[in-house]
Design a protein. Structure first.
Length: 417
């Protein structure tokens, strides 16, 4: 029988049982849509978290002083390691595997503009800190080496801080009071995706000033603080593959300065964003696989529905099969017809499901979404898996009913009521 004739007969058979055909095809449509959408959301979550990690910094390690866990050089275990300005200078001058470094101090103080007041965290850093912490401005400029060298009273405002202090008014070029000292606003930070930061919240809620200015005007005020005391040191290795070696180099340099064993991991507390990114990859990789498996299972269940409707079709059309065989149709003709009907059902359903899933993914890119909902990504892997599963469904759901129809004898078929 020609393919065109098989196609027309299949459409006629589907139209004769519209509701049943719709429900059967809906299972395949929903399955394909689920694969595209759920895998796309899983990949979207992963990409979104990477963007948020970039907001924290690009391949950086944040180092805090810890407490020694072993005796070294005649010094007892359990000593507090307090980082100081000279440590950052030593890392900058001696660590060959560290590309950038910045000391960091922070303190929450009062800020007052001509429009409003706030009480937010201020961070004192070197200018290079801005590059590896992904700090960019939407207007104005960043801090420069000249600002640091001169101890200039200049400040960068986070976007939230600017909104509180200036609302819709112009901020760049205006002077605000920080802990009683006049600072000129030189830039407003771009809004960026960021779950949080280390110590005092997202960058958009804070203020950034040159380290030299903050150390002079209003250094941290807490127990145990001394001139040159640091909250932490932030370093960026020369490359991601040198990350672990760079951290070891930092341990060696600070171990010599503070008299602890470089292998004593308790002496310093290090937050390694590269390791954090790998951990996030593992979490969302497993989540994406799980979502994909659930979606593929849904698709497989839709295939069972196709097989059921084909078995019902064989039963309902038993006399028709008998008549065709009596008129000379071969078993291979009957087999081919029912297999083609199954293929048409799955292919049409699969095409609709793919278009629906891809359409939803595309539409979600252009409509406002809550910050915690990522934009799904159309994954080639999901498409390939869907096609392979759809092919398997076609063969599985169509072959058995088609084989069963082909094996019926004409006499048995014609005796059927």
């Amino acid at each position: 029988m020609p393919i065109r004739e098989i196609f027309l007969q299949t459409i006629a058979a589907l139209w004769a049982t519209k509701l049943r055909s719709f429900l059967t095809m809906f299972g395949i449509v929903w399955g394909i849509t689920s694969v595209i959408l759920l895998v796309g959301l899983g990949i979207g979550f992963s990409k979104d978290q990477h963007e948020r990690m970039k907001g924290l910094g690009t391949d950086i390690a944040i180092i805090w002083g810890g407490k020694t866990g072993a005796q070294a050089g005649g010094y007892v275990a359990g000593r507090d390691i307090r980082l100081e300005y000279g440590d950052a200078v030593a890392i900058r001058d001696q660590a060959a595997l560290v590309q950038h470094v910045s000391p960091e101090i922070n303190r929450t103080v009062n800020e007052v503009s001509q429009y409003n007041a706030a009480n937010r965290a201020v961070r004192g850093v070197w200018p290079e800190y801005q590059a590896f912490r992904s700090i960019k401005v939407s207007e104005g400029r960043l801090m420069t080496e000249r600002d640091e060298a001169d101890g200039a009273r200049v400040v960068l405002l986070g976007d939230d801080t600017k909104q509180q202090l200036f609302r819709s008014n112009q901020a760049v070029g205006q002077t605000i009071s920080i802990a009683g000292y006049p600072y000129v606003v030189i830039g407003i930070l771009q809004k960026k995706k960021q779950n949080g930061s280390y110590g005092s919240g997202r960058d958009g809620t804070q203020l950034f000033v040159p380290y030299s200015s903050m150390e002079r005007d209003f250094p941290p005020a807490r127990k145990g603080v001394f001139p040159g005391w640091l909250n932490d040191i932030v370093v960026q290795p020369v490359s991601p593959d040198k990350h672990e070696a760079a951290v070891k180099e930092v341990y060696r340099i600070l171990g010599e300065r503070h008299h602890f064993n470089p292998d004593d991991k308790e002496a310093l507390w290090v937050w390694d964003t590269l390791e954090g990114a790998k951990f996030v990859d593992r979490i969302f990789g497993v989540m994406t696989i799980f979502l994909g498996a659930v979606a593929l299972l849904t698709l497989a269940l839709g295939g069972i529905g196709v097989m059921n409707i084909m078995l019902v079709a064989v039963t309902e059309r038993t006399r028709e099969i008998g008549v065709r065989k009596a008129l000379g149709a071969r078993a291979v003709d009957i087999h081919r017809q029912f297999l083609a009907e199954s293929a048409i059902i799955t292919l049409v359903s699969g095409t609709i499901g793919f278009l629906l899933g891809a359409g939803v993914c595309i539409v979600m890119r252009y409509i406002p979404m809550p910050d915690f909902v990522p934009h799904p990504v159309i994954s080639p892997i999901a498409v390939v898996l869907s096609l392979l599963t759809l092919t398997g469904i076609t063969l599985f759901a169509g072959t058995y009913p088609a084989r069963r129809a082909a094996m019926l004898s004409p006499m048995e078929c014609l005796r059927t009521d």
